[in-house]
Structure formats: structure tokens, C-alpha cells
Design a protein around this ligand. Structure first.
Ligand code: ATP
Length: 224
């Protein structure tokens, strides 16, 4: 039997800040799918949050790196900070595929984000460029997270090798909805707590908590 193609999991996000919801999801997915690693991909200029100024990308990258340091299988890619212009996920997926010929890329994203994917840059190409894995968000079960107008067919097949459901997108890519715990943590809620002087202990990794405090992040008005 030919060797299976190596699988690369990409977890893109604004990570403003990176929190324990992101961290647990990366670890849960890696373990549930038996992946060698999950690459965290901070967005430099998030194209889908244009009206919402975000914290400078070097801070967000530093927090993501601090959170991932020393955790088996987690790594951080800074390619979106090295590229000019808006951080289009398609370009990152293509760059990763070009650097890893033959690899299968699976892109992780929250059930709140997936319905919007039709509005992303060259979404038709993106939807065929890689597989997708939906992370559960409170209030949005994965089955309610399908983008309008995209025909999605249920697959008999398993969700790679873990409990959950699998679907097929029109271009042949797979959409995986593994059974994962729902963690009700958002970056917005962290920013709000810091602004109000409340504790964020337990919601972000300790390194991120220290970074936020020592750089005085999120003390001003919430943007957008
Ligand atoms: P904000 O509150 O500022 O909108 P966020 O917490 O959703 O931010 P992002 O950096 O925008 O964080 O998220 C990156 C990706 O991670 C998105 O696909 C998002 O849906 C997903 N995600 C964020 N938080 C969680 C969580 N607690 N559980 C599962 N997925 C999450």
C-alpha cells in the first residue's frame, strides 16, 4: 500500500489575544486526528475584520509563540507577517502546499467563521485547495455552520479516524466535524475583561497573561 500523504493542519486566526480556547482546540484536534502537528498561523492583516483595528501583528505573533512554546506538536508560522497586503488564507495554504509537495492540508476554523467563507478571497479556489475542519463554537453547532449556496454532501466515511461527521464539498475537499468539546472563550471577552480590570487567569496561558500585563495591551477602548 502506498504511504499516506503527510497531513498538515493549519489553524489561522487573528489571535488578539491567543487564548485557551485556541490552545485546547489545537491540542484536541492534533490528538483526535493523530496528526504530527498543528501549525498556528497568526493573521497579519485580517481581511474579514477590516472595520476592527487589531493589535499590531508582532504582539499577536509573540503571544501565540509564547503560548505554543514547549507544547508537543504545536508550531507557529509567521508567513502572513512576512507577506505584504491582506492575509488571505488561500495564499498561505498554497505557500504551505508548495513547500510540502504531496502533503494534504487541513484548515481549522470555527463554526462561527465557516458560514462566511464564501466572502473570503478567491473562496472557490480555497474550498478546493484543502480540507476543512470545523471547531465547535457556543451557539453554532457545526451542522448549522454551512455556508449558504455551497452543496455539501454527507460522507459515510469516518472523520479521518476520530468520532464525528465528515462531508464532501463540491470540489472534492472534505469537511470534517469531529466531536470536540465546546469552549466558551473568545478573544473579545478577554479584551473586555482586561479593559474592565478583571482577571483573565485560566482563560489564557500564563505566558500570554504576563505578556498582556507587561505590554499594557487591551487597556484602552474596545475597537469596532
Ligand atoms: P474575537 O472574539 O476577537 O472575534 P476569536 O476568539 O473568535 O476572536 P480568532 O482569532 O478570531 O478568535 O479565532 C481564530 C479561529 O479560532 C476562528 O476560526 C475562530 O472561530 C476559532 N476559535 C476562536 N475561539 C475558539 C474557541 N473557544 N473554540 C473553538 N474555536 C475557536
Amino acid at each position: 500500500m502506498p504511504a499516506a500523504a503527510p497531513r498538515i493542519a493549519l489553524f489561522g486566526g487573528t489571535f488578539d489575544p491567543f487564548h485557551n480556547g485556541h490552545l485546547r482546540m489545537a491540542i484536541e484536534v492534533r490528538e483526535a486526528l493523530g496528526l504530527p502537528g498543528v501549525s498556528l498561523l497568526p493573521s497579519a492583516q485580517p481581511p474579514h475584520k477590516p472595520l476592527q483595528p487589531v493589535t499590531p501583528a508582532d504582539h499577536r505573533l509573540a503571544m501565540t509563540r509564547a503560548a505554543a512554546a514547549g507544547i508537543e506538536g504545536l508550531s507557529v508560522l509567521d508567513m502572513e507577517l512576512r507577506r505584504e497586503g491582506p492575509s488571505y488564507s488561500l495564499l498561505s495554504v498554497l505557500e504551505v502546499k508548495a513547500a510540502n509537495p504531496g502533503a494534504e492540508v487541513v484548515f481549522l476554523l470555527g463554526a462561527d467563521a465557516f458560514p462566511e467563507i464564501g466572502t473570503w478571497h478567491r473562496s472557490g479556489e480555497l474550498l478546493t485547495a484543502c480540507d476543512f475542519l470545523l471547531l465547535p463554537r457556543p451557539g453554532t453547532p457545526p451542522e448549522n455552520a454551512f455556508p449558504p449556496g455551497v452543496r455539501i454532501e454527507m460522507e459515510e466515511n469516518r472523520c479521518y479516524s476520530c468520532p464525528g461527521r465528515a462531508y464532501r464539498l463540491p470540489g472534492g475537499s472534505r469537511l470534517l466535524c469531529p466531536d470536540l468539546p465546546v469552549l466558551d472563550i473568545s478573544s473579545r471577552s478577554i479584551r473586555e475583561k482586561v479593559r474592565k480590570g478583571r482577571s483573565i487567569r485560566g482563560l489564557v496561558p500564563p505566558e500570554v497573561e504576563r505578556y498582556i500585563a507587561s505590554h499594557g495591551l487591551y487597556r484602552g477602548e474596545e475597537r469596532g
